[in-house]
Design a binder for this molecule. Structure first.
Ligand SMILES: NC(=O)c1ccc[n+]([C@@H]2O[C@H](COP(=O)([O-])OP(=O)(O)OC[C@H]3O[C@@H](n4cnc5c(N)ncnc54)[C@H](OP(=O)(O)O)[C@@H]3O)[C@@H](O)[C@H]2O)c1
Length: 289
């Protein structure tokens, strides 16, 4: 499997892909390779300037690319709704954007920033786009999690983390939520016999903006993956015919085992209900367990 490269991707002409956070890090090469293989790519970025620059970079590398920018701030449910309303069709959703290791703060809707952005924003986005995804054959949702999920704990009595905040544990919690969501979405899609695969990825330690290592960054970057290599699990999960729903693809495209918490169906069901309540987004057709 380690010999797989983007050259092995199938043609994606006629398919529309959305990549969140496609203006930076792992998201940009993900969007670029999808465009190189013929997909129409929507670069979902919160900054218009950064989104436009990413589209320009994609077009410089792939002059025939069908790439466009649309504004999406995952830390603002009104923005998520406006973005989803503007989408005409989508076959492939890559929930890639993320914030990490930040000081405690809240989103516009009052959610803890990392949980609100990385999980609740993508939960709402996926739910709002679900009717459009289900209208297309072979739809996929790829959600970028992390091996850091294993350090996350979900305390439903303190979702805003007022009683104790750690940057790493808050990040780990958001990545645990990404995995619980991925697996629950897959289970619900299967029960509803929906033609949709839900897959999670861990890119591996990659030299991007999210990795805060202070003045030693250039040195430490030598030991990290390039963004192009970090994008391989997302690209493989998004396009390989060999992938199965519910899989967790890691570096070198190895299949990883989620932590015991991430595999808990009870925890996943509770998180789903809480996320539905907090965002007000119900997943049509697969709402019932
Ligand atoms: N790098 C690693 O070692 C590593 C390891 C495991 C998992 N991951 C995961 O990989 C994914 C991509 O991260 P990265 O490493 O490529 O880091 P990155 O370079 O910091 O990219 C993160 C992207 O998310 C966007 N974003 C942040 N908050 C947002 C919001 N509220 N609304 C919309 N977009 C927002 C950022 O936009 P701005 O440019 O506007 O900030 C940026 O485009 C994340 O989910 C991360 O958790 C990374």
């Amino acid at each position: 499997m380690t010999t797989w490269t983007p050259d092995d991707m199938p043609r994606l002409d006629g398919r529309t892909a959305i990549v969140t956070g496609a203006n930076s890090g792992i998201g940009l090469p993900t969007a670029l390779e999808l465009a190189r293989h013929g997909a129409r790519v929507i670069v979902a970025a919160r900054s218009d300037a950064k989104g436009a620059e990413a589209v320009a970079a994609i077009r410089r590398a792939v002059p025939a690319a069908r790439a466009e920018h649309a504004r999406l701030d995952l830390a603002d449910l009104a923005s998520v709704r406006a973005f989803a309303e503007g989408v005409d069709e989508v076959d492939l959703l890559v929930n890639n954007a993320g914030v990490g290791m930040k000081a405690r703060s809240l989103t516009k809707d009052g959610f803890e920033l990392q949980f609100g952005t990385n999980h609740l924003g993508h939960f709402a986005l996926t739910g709002l786009l679900l009717p459009k995804l289900l209208a297309r054959p072979g739809a996929r949702v790829v959600t970028v999690s992390s091996d850091a999920h294993a350090r996350g704990r979900l305390d439903f009595d303190d979702l805003t983390l007022e009683r104790g905040y750690g940057r790493m544990s808050a990040y780990g919690r958001s990545k645990l939520a990404n995995l619980l969501f991925t697996l629950e979405l897959q289970r619900r899609a299967e029960r509803a016999q929906a033609d949709l695969k839900s897959v999670a990825t861990h890119p591996g330690a990659t030299a991007t903006n999210i990795v805060k290592v202070g003045p030693l960054k250039p040195l430490i970057a030598l030991f990290l993956l390039s963004p192009e290599t970090g994008a391989l699990p997302s690209l493989y999960a998004a396009t390989s015919p060999d992938i199965r729903g519910g899989e967790f693809v890691g570096p070198k495209l190895r299949l990883l085992t989620p932590s015991a918490d991430a595999r808990s169906e009870e925890l996943a069901a509770r998180l789903w209900d809480v996320s539905t309540e907090l965002t007000g987004v119900r997943f049509e057709r697969i709402a019932v367990r």
